[in-house]
Unconditional design. Structure first.
Length: 140
């Protein structure tokens, strides 16, 4: 079984209404191949598709919102924010690593009983309807 990684967002988060993409890649460093990026999808469809793919394969799936930026400044702002977050995360990670040094590591990043996660992928018609809704949002 692979792993599914996504953002843990509150129910009213604006990002939930954005288009979402899935990036599939190897679970470990022993495999070397280029990640496969799919989408855009509505969030529920992206989660269902990702979970269905990683259910029986040793893959990593990252489900994240696609930012529909229309200016260079918006893109540069996101890059700057990401860099700053990475710097802060390095400091936090070092502190957490020191704190957890004596504990056994386990990895399970989502609940199987969560209604947002299902092994049944959406139908082709459901995905196409999602594409149409995403296109309508991006064109408005």
């Amino acid at each position: 079984m692979g792993a599914l990684v996504t953002l843990d967002l509150p129910a009213d988060a604006p990002a939930l209404t954005l288009p979402w993409i899935i990036t599939f890649g190897p679970m470990n460093d022993e495999e070397e191949w280029e990640p496969v990026v799919c989408g855009p999808y509505e969030r529920a469809h992206a989660l269902a598709l990702a979970e269905a793919v990683v259910a029986d394969e040793d893959l990593m799936a990252v489900v994240e919102p696609l930012q529909p930026h229309v200016t260079v400044a918006q893109i540069q702002g996101d890059i700057a924010a990401s860099r700053l977050a990475a710097e802060n995360e390095d400091v936090e990670t070092a502190a957490l690593d020191a704190e957890l040094a004596g504990y056994e590591e386990s990895f399970h990043d989502h609940e199987h009983g969560d209604e947002d996660h299902t092994h049944e992928p959406p139908s082709v018609d459901e995905i196409r309807a999602g594409f149409a809704r995403i296109a309508a949002k991006l064109n408005s």
